[in-house]
Design a protein around this ligand. Structure first.
Ligand code: ATP
Ligand code: MG
Length: 450
């Protein structure tokens, strides 16, 4: 017979192996670092210039970052900071290389599906990296206590107070205080009952944490992360208890309220990696999202599961569409939740596989233009890079056949380019609809400036 102690013992052994794998991947100090990018990558794949134009520009201006020549090679290799300086300074034929950025706040995309292993974390990680290489400033939120995204971004030592759970518990305390202080429910005119939150929650001091306390830098200078950790797995149980403590608490809008307080101009794109479940964390992700991206493998069972996912999500959103009018009237979340777009993205797709092609056709018939045209292909390079917790963008192409690396990268590049083309008009709409700053945001801004 096996009990919890046997499971604990197995975990201890497994953690040792995890540590060993990280040592193979990360720097000797066990910190994940970002490699340099070659002048071939920087010119052709990142800035979209041909190599001779790039070399010409570099030769003409000695103030540009020169990169570093590796002892065994002829190419120059640049850090991402240097790449970003080049992006700001170079103006081929008078054209800026900076990516399009409508005004207003960052655009938020949730990568969600309750099917496990659908490719959510892989898509979140690769889109974040592709966006950073495209010149955007990225914030990721890991809603999954499996913490795949956090680990892949080099954050392995995370305390649970600094995760989405901390944001939710902080929101519960603040919202309850605000409700207790308000004499009447604004919409219906009926008084909200006074609720009290026990010391076991308020004593954690979460209500005093600042917004910035939840956001951590990663191994990419232009990607930040609100991480998760295994200890945050109890969020689902805790949230049920929190709802009991204050049934008027709009639990699903906690992260949305948090993100509404971020300064508009610090990040461009926000990606949410969701857990394989519909629960308190994924509902927070969905409610905070402007757009849903739903990855799915190309098999029948994945199709089946994706179908159930949208059914269950629809039901959950419908359930939450009523009953919170009193507590939400002052906020920016409106009910029912409406997305700017919902897209389906096939992952682990093999173009030569008849079944995959047939499933792509079936997805296309059902979802029409909501199915992304460019699936993410199944590639050994990603399988391999996943094993080392790295994206294809992080892997050095000299560590594998260049053709394998290029094919894999091209597949993610196409999927990202399609995501960007889909997203930009919606981002413009968000910016246009944002108008003037709401009072809570003005207050947060003043607090930050003081
Ligand atoms: N395009 C791809 N080619 C090869 N392998 C892939 C590809 N995409 C994902 N994988 C592999 O499939 C596995 C599952 O992917 P991933 O972790 O992204 O799924 P997930 O939906 O986030 O899973 P979970 O539901 O557990 O969070 C990983 O081992 C990953 O490396
Ligand atoms: Mg995942």
């Amino acid at each position: 017979m096996l009990t919890h102690s046997d499971l604990r013992e197995m975990q201890t052994r497994s953690l040792k192996m995890q540590g060993w794998i990280r040592q193979q991947t990360f720097s000797p100090e066990n910190v994940k670092t970002l490699r340099r990018f070659s002048s071939w990558e920087v010119s052709e794949l990142i800035l979209g210039l041909n190599q001779s134009t790039f070399r010409g520009k570099m030769a003409a201006d000695p103030t540009l970052p020169a990169g570093k020549v590796e002892p065994d090679g002829r190419q120059r290799w640049f850090t991402l900071d240097e790449v970003n300086t080049l992006r700001r300074k170079l103006r081929p034929r008078g054209k800026s290389l900076m990516p399009t950025r409508p005004g207003g706040r960052a655009f938020r995309t949730a990568i969600a599906n309750f099917k496990g292993g659908a490719g959510k974390s892989t898509v979140a990680q690769h889109f974040a990296h592709a966006a950073a290489l495209d010149g955007y400033r990225v914030l990721c939120v890991d809603f999954d206590p499996q913490a795949t995204l956090s680990h892949s971004m080099g954050l392995t030592d995370v305390s649970e107070e600094r995760t989405v759970w901390g944001i939710m518990a902080r929101d519960l305390i603040r919202e309850t205080e605000a409700q207790n202080a308000a004499p009447r429910g604004a919409a219906s005119g009926t008084a909200l009952p006074r609720r009290s939150i026990p010391g076991s929650i308020t004593d954690l001091g979460l209500q005093d944490l600042r917004i910035a306390d939840f956001i951590q830098p990663t191994n990419w200078p232009t990607i930040d992360l609100i991480p998760s950790c295994a200890n945050a797995a109890f969020v689902e149980f805790a949230s049920a208890q929190y709802r009991h403590l204050n049934p008027e608490w709009s639990f699903f809008a906690a992260v949305s309220r948090f993100l509404d307080q971020l300064p508009d101009d610090q990040w461009d794109l926000i990606f949410f990696d969701c857990p394989p479940a519909i629960g308190y964390q994924s509902m927070n992700a969905v409610f905070a999202a402007d757009m849903l991206y739903i990855p799915s493998g190309p098999g029948y069972w994945e199709y089946d599961s994706t179908t159930s996912f949208i059914g269950q999500l629809s039901e959950a959103l419908e359930d939450l569409a009523h009953g919170f009018e009193d507590t939400l009237s002052a906020g920016k979340v409106t009910l029912p939740k409406a997305f700017h777009d919902v897209r389906f993205l096939l992952t682990r797709y093999e173009p030569g596989n008849d079944l995959h092609r047939a499933m792509q056709e079936a997805f296309g018939k059902v979802f029409g233009d909501k199915l992304a045209e460019h699936p993410i292909e199944m590639t050994r390079a990603v399988e391999q890079s996943g094993r080392f917790l790295s994206s294809i963008y992080e892997m050095d192409y000299r560590d594998m056949t260049r053709e394998t690396w290029r094919r894999a990268r091209a597949s993610f590049d196409r999927a990202y380019a399609e995501f960007k083309a889909t997203m930009l008009p919606h981002w413009q709409a968000v910016a246009a609809g944002q108008g003037t700053l709401p009072a809570d945001k003005v207050a947060a801004k003043e607090e930050a400036e003081a």
